[in-house]
Design a protein around this ligand. Structure first.
Ligand code: ADP
Ligand code: TRP
Length: 320
């Protein structure tokens, strides 16, 4: 079985990204073959500063490694290190109906806002299909927001197979568990676009300040409160042990506590939780050469599979 997923290097990861996606990707690395890549070609549709894009790509690799991605078990690479993906993207575009892409959310939303979209954003789902099909991937773990793109990929692969014979493995999406919808500092879903994120590798002091500013209700000290659904409790529960969680729930149910205490406890469990990854992240940051080597090895492995599949596709459609 081949599991594959891509992560766009568009910003620093936050708690929502970790619990909603990264942690789950890493848990899948024991699959026969897990391929994870840094989607820098996709990120070009939004990050248009070369130094920033390079830095974010390397940072994303370090984040994943620090959080437990094992490069001996999973293949980690940068999308643009596999030029075959661009060629496959073209071959797929020749058989992709405009209507299929016009229905895709990212493009449709931008157009609805009256903004002008470029061809990169419009054909974004075809490049994503190439990412998946190039490695005969059968399982693609993604958040719900990406399901449409996987459907597009299946459509494109299906039409291609219909015309040229059984060339592509038709992949399936594996929807990540979004039960872990992590709230942000304002109680809304944590998201870069809402400016309410708590980053995984933020400096401790400023992050404590951010935690102290998490919006709470005006409940009186002595009043009890239902824990589940409270932003602070829900965040605390992500990091706490079962016993700690039960004790905190008791405290909520009894009342007689202030939100300040809970915020302090939250900062402590979060710092404990990320202490090891943070130390590993610092070690990796001091060895960028080693990280580049890991990405180089990953790319070599990925290219091997990519050239085999691309040759099969070229043969099938008569360009070789
Ligand atoms: P953002 O909303 O901050 O831009 P992305 O859209 O880049 O985050 O999300 C990357 C991955 O992280 C997706 O798979 C998404 O489902 C997951 N994710 C993002 N925010 C959250 C959240 N608050 N709770 C759970 N998962 C999240
Ligand atoms: N579009 C995905 C996102 O924004 C990233 C991505 C690019 C991807 N190529 C992929 C995900 C292939 C899964 C498979 O999250």
């Amino acid at each position: 079985m081949r599991v594959l997923s891509g992560i766009q290097p568009t910003g620093r990861p936050h708690w929502g990204n970790y619990f909603g996606a990264i942690r789950q990707y890493i848990a899948l690395q024991d699959a026969d073959q897990a391929f994870y890549f840094i989607a820098n070609l996709h990120a070009l549709t939004t990050v248009r500063d070369r130094d920033q894009l390079r830095q974010l790509s390397l940072d994303t690799a370090m984040d994943l490694l620090a959080l437990g991605l094992n490069p001996d078990q999973a293949t980690l690479f940068v999308q643009s290190d596999i030029p075959q993906v661009s060629e496959l993207c073209w071959l797929l575009m020749t058989g992709t109906p405009l209507g299929l892409l016009e229905r895709c959310h990212a493009y449709k939303d931008k157009k609805a806002k009256g903004l002008s979209a470029d061809t990169g954003l419009f054909t974004y789902p075809v490049l994503q299909a190439a990412d998946i099909l190039l490695y005969d991937s059968d399982t693609v773990p993604v958040g719900e927001d990406q399901l449409q793109h996987i459907e597009v990929c299946r459509d494109i692969a299906g039409s291609f197979n219909h015309v040229y014979g059984d060339v592509f493995v038709i992949p399936k999406a594996k929807v990540l568990d979004q039960a872990a919808r992590v709230p942000g500092t304002d109680g809304e879903k944590m998201s870069k676009s809402y400016g309410n994120t708590l980053e995984l590798f933020a400096e401790t002091k400023p992050q404590r300040k951010q935690i102290m500013r998490i919006v709470t209700d005006s409940r009186a000290m002595e009043d009890p409160k239902e824990p589940v659904g409270d932003v602070l409790f829900d965040l605390y529960a992500l990091f706490a042990t079962d016993t700690e969680r039960a004790e905190m729930a008791d405290l909520y149910n009894r009342g007689g506590f202030g939100y300040g205490e809970v915020k302090k406890a939250l900062a402590e469990v979060a710092e404990r939780y990320f202490a090891e990854p943070r130390a590993r992240r610092a070690e990796l940051a001091a060895q960028p050469k080693k990280v580049r080597e890991i990405l180089g090895d990953g790319a070599a492995r990925a290219r091997k599979k990519a050239s085999e599949v691309l040759a099969r596709v070229q043969e099938a459609c008569g360009v070789k």
